[in-house]
Structures are given as structure tokens and as C-alpha cells.
Design a protein around this ligand. Sequence first.
Ligand code: SF4
Length: 709
Amino acid sequence: MEIDAAREVRTTCPYCGVGCGVLAKVAADGQVSVRGDPDHPANFGRLCSKGSALAETIGLDGRLLHPEIHGRRTGWNEALDHVASTFSQTIAEHGPDAVAFYVSGQLLTEDYYLANKLMKGFVGSANIDTNSRLCMASSVAGHRRAFGSDTVPGTYEDLERADLIVLVGSNLAWCHPVLYQRIAAAREKRPEMKIVLVDPRRTMTSDIADMHLAIAPDGDVALFTGLLAWLGQHNALDRAYITAHTTGFGQALFAASALDLTSVATATGLSEDELGRFYSLFAATAKTVTVYSQGVNQSSSGTDKVNAIINCHLATGRIGKPGAGPFSVTGQPNAMGGREVGGMANMLAAHMEIENPEHRDRVQRFWNAPGIAQKPGLKAVEMFQGVADGRIKALWVMATNPVDSMPDADAVEAAIKACPFVVVSDVLASTDTVRHAHVRLPAAAWGEKDGTVTNSERRISRQRSFLSAPGEPRPDWWIIAEVARRMGFGEAFAHETPAEIFGEHAALSGFENDGGRDFDIGAYAGIDAEGYARLAPFQWPAPSPGGGTTEQHPTRFFANGHFYTADRKARFIAIRPTTETRTTPDFPLILNTGRIRDHWHTMTRTGKSPRLSQHIAEPFVEIHPLDAQHHGIGDADIVRISSPRGDVLVRALITPRQRQGSVFAPMHWTDQFAAKGRLDALTAPLIDPVSGQPALKHVAARIEKFAAK
Ligand code: SF4
């Protein structure tokens, strides 16, 4: 590929779901520099520490440069033939459900689309799931229950226009930093804007909060169900909206009315005074946005939490209006793109439903596929259990590192080691998952490949290449298409460019879409190479040419009070909070896992930047001073955190920001970066029964001093 050294290339940050625009440039000496794209509507020129350091994470270090079979370097033809023939043989001998793809929110939409098409339409199984299952599956399930579709109604502008922002389980300052910066800037212009943080920890986000509700772990269902009851008791409902646009309110209110303020206080660990002040503020502020992310989603009651929040917005008619609505923000750069193409085991492409026979028929006809998966496949945790018990005999992992990031990581590693056939396509040769692969396929990295991603506010942006790949890496879409052709599905996988795939994806979104589905980018069907090259960021739905920019966007979801259910009405979900005690005398603390500001997932990219490691150089555990005193732990001591599944060694950070009875540790370090650092060796494969999302923020644990500092 020819690189124009003088030109800045417009691309998108590969880290979080904010989806910031990046201008990347390669100097004549090969040095890469990046800056925020001032014209991108997600960030208007801002970048956070991770985005700013992107140039430092590019390099040959640790790259997988050539295909390998059993550690032997080989050519692409042999490797692809081997993958295709082994998958075909496994399917012939054991059926389509004996194979699985575990994919990633790091994939570009075009990669994701082809992987989903291959598995669901041509293999005939729905055993494709994604690490986004760990990120936002509960929000997807909550949206589908309430709206009849997985529709995120919020936009970033809504945050700037709101008079009240309620942040639930969301440390935006560290996890979505540019969104936090946008809120902070809006707040400076409008000091009357109020911000409430609902989080067991006093995170950096609390710096801009007017009120911090240090809620008990998993107290969110009680908090918002209690709010619904309080709104009913205080005549603060929008009865006209409820009657015109919703069903199920009576049952939801009846279930909520079991909660009085005293019982909510007990369940949430908050005082009645705190609850009363928050509830009054919510009731009095029409322009309220409730933002939530992993603290809500990563829970065994994650879907109920989402619906408890949505119930309050429906009850007050605060949805589909500027500056008002529930807003789930995604963690990964292309979690939303994965939702669009059916990258989850219980979805079909173009936001269609695998359990809907009409949708299956429509997708099958569009693809001209020999068959189509008839039922949902295995979700992430179940998939690795399927690998462990032998149901899955051939597994392809794309662009993710489940050996370090799945709950109960030791069991996942053992399952992968025992699996008869494991393919990993990845940028790096050195991840803990790649090490166990029978076939390693080198994938092109950020900056070397072309495609699209969709951010948290449904904005589709281009990622563009500006670097030549070293060695033989290929884009993921190319690898998938080549395997599909070798499995005998050549005609349906004849794509030569990502533009062709995007054009097909867009055409499917508009195919027989009579407005009964939310996702529609039909205006881009069959987009040509030039149009794709020039594609500017746009939000969906965009069914007609010209739809797309923030100013011109014709549609605000749910503005007309119509939802995607059969009767076009939103559903209240009746929820009764349950209390679950996971701690035991041996494991008396609740371990909450999460992110820090300057690292990403298992550090396979950010770990390359010394600058990013300067912020926090080693794994740590936040402990409340009283818990530290009780366990005889001093600041900076080395501490062993143990759960029934394993243990890690980390540095003690004693802080009143941490809630007593809980500890917090970041998920990023693995054994590669710290001695005994793999935190997900402690977490359990406990999932939300509706969404299948693991409860990564509520793990029974204990701490003890390991050695003096
Ligand atoms: Fe990248 Fe997210 Fe930072 Fe934006 S906020 S620069 S998308 S990591």
C-alpha cells in the first residue's frame, strides 16, 4: 500500500464506545502522529490519554507476522485450507452446533458482518458470540423488553442539553473520558445543570457530581423501583404519556409499591434523606438523562436494572425528547456495530430477531443462504462451557483474549487447551489465548485496515488505513471470506473490498424494511468505492440519502411515541428487587472489577506505551480504611485477593472513596504484566438469566496481607 506521508488520514479511535475521530499522519521518517479530529461530531477535536497515545502503541513489538499451524510458519493458502477443511469436517461429523466463533467489539463492522453471515447463514448455527456480551448485553435485553427492539434513544447532544444527568454505575471520567469532558464543558456553560452519581465508589466522576449516592452493590433495582413507587405516590407521573404510549404500568407500579422508602434505604444502603433528595430532584427535572454502563450491565440482575431505569423514564414521559431519556453507553469501539450485524448469539443481522420466523426467512432470502440458524446459539459463558464439556469441537477466536478476560479464566484456559481445534486470528503473537491456538492467523492492526465502527450514539464512522502492515497480516473480513470460499460458499463471499461488504450490510438493513425495524442505513446500499472512501460520520436511522448529520438528522427515536412492539407501545416491566448474598464467612468482601483511565482491556495495546503506564504502574486494590484496619493491611502493602476460584497479588490502596465491605481492583493486568495478576481467575461464570451477561462486579472475596512493602 502506498502511504502519502504529507496527508492526514481521518480515522476513528479503536478504544472506547465514545468513538472519537482521529487525524493520523505518517511523517517522512515513518513516525506516526495523531490528533483529535476537530470536525468529528463525537469529540470535536478532543482526545483522552489513551487516544492521544495511539501512535506509541503502533509497532512491530509482539506482532504475529505470518500464519502458523502448530507453531510452524506456513503460507496463507495452507493455513486457510486447513481451517476450512477442519471446520467442514467437524460440521459433517458432529453437526453445525459443534463449531463456534468467539468474536469481539474490536472487529470492524465489515468483519463482524461476514463472520455472522458465515456462521448463521452458511454453517447453519448461531454459535457466534462476542466479548460485547461482557459489556452491554443487559442493555440490549432491556431495550428489547421495553421497546421491542435494541434501540438506544440517546445522543451525546442530549447530555449537553439535559438539566439533570444521572450517572449509574458509570465512571465516565475514566471509561468514557471525552464524553465526560463534553459534560464538564456543558456544565461550565450552564452551572444550573445537576449531576448525580450512583456508584458504590467515589470515582473521579464524582468531581463534577452534585450528589454522590454510594449505593450498596447491586442496589440499583431497588433504587429505581423505589423511584417509580415514589413518583406514583407524589403525583409525579405523566399519566397522558403512560396511557397513550405504554402498557404494563399497573403491574409495574404494583410490584414497585411493595417498596417504601425505609425498605429502599435498607436495600441500597442509602439514607432516606439521600433517597428523598434524589427522588425529588428527578421528579422536578423534566430534562433528565440517565446514563448507565458496566455497573448496571455486569450484574446477575443487569436486565432488571436496565428496565427499572427505563420504567422511570416511561412513567415521566422522558424519552424521545431533546435532553431526556435513558442512555446506555457502550464500552467497546464497535459494540454497537456488532449489534447491527447480529454479532450476538441471540440476534440476526440488521437488528432482526433469530426467534422471529419472518426475520429468519428475510435474512436467508437476502443472503441466498442454504439454510439459517433456527435458534439462538451459545452465549459467551455458555460457549466456553460448551468447549469445556466437548460440545464445541472447533473454535475460532477473533480479536479477543478470553483466556484473560472471561470470568473463571482458569477454567476457560483449560477448556481452550483441551479443545480439539482452536483458531485464533489476532494482531499479536503473545496473548495468552494465541499461545493455545493450533492455527494462528495474523490480522491487520488499527491503521492498517479499512472499515466502519458505530459508537454509543449510533454514529457510524470510518476507520481508514494509513500504514503498511508488516509481514503478512490480512484484514479480518478477508480471512473470513477466504475460509468461507474454501468451505464451498464462494458466491456469497466474493467480496473484494470492505466497501462491498458495507454496501451489502446497508442493503440488508433496508431490505423489506417497512419501518417495522429501527436499524436502517438503506441509503448506503451498494455504496461505491469512492463514496465509501469519502464516507463522513453519520447516525442511523438513515433510510434516505442526506439523512445523517446531527443538524440534518430527520428522526429522533421515539419522538412520536411509537415503539417497535406489535402495538407500537413501550412495555413497563414489573420488577421486584431481590437480595442476594454472595459473601460467606470465608469470603466476606465484595470484589468489584473495572477499568482505570489509561489502560484498555488486557493491555495488549496500551501496555506498549510507557507513558500510559505512568498513570498507574501496577495492579492495586482499593480498600476502605476500616476494612484495611480489620485485616491488618497498611497502605502500599502487597495484598492477596482470593475468591473460591483463585487469587492474585496486588498493591493495597487504602481510601475512603471505597465503600466499606467492598473492594475494587482493575481488570487489566494479566500474568504477562504482573506476577499473579490475572483478575478474572477470581470471577465467577454467574450470569444474568435474561441477557447472559456475567456478574463481574459482585464477586465474593477476601483480602490478606502478603508481605510488607
Ligand atoms: Fe478513544 Fe474513547 Fe478516549 Fe475517545 S474517549 S480518545 S474513543 S478512548
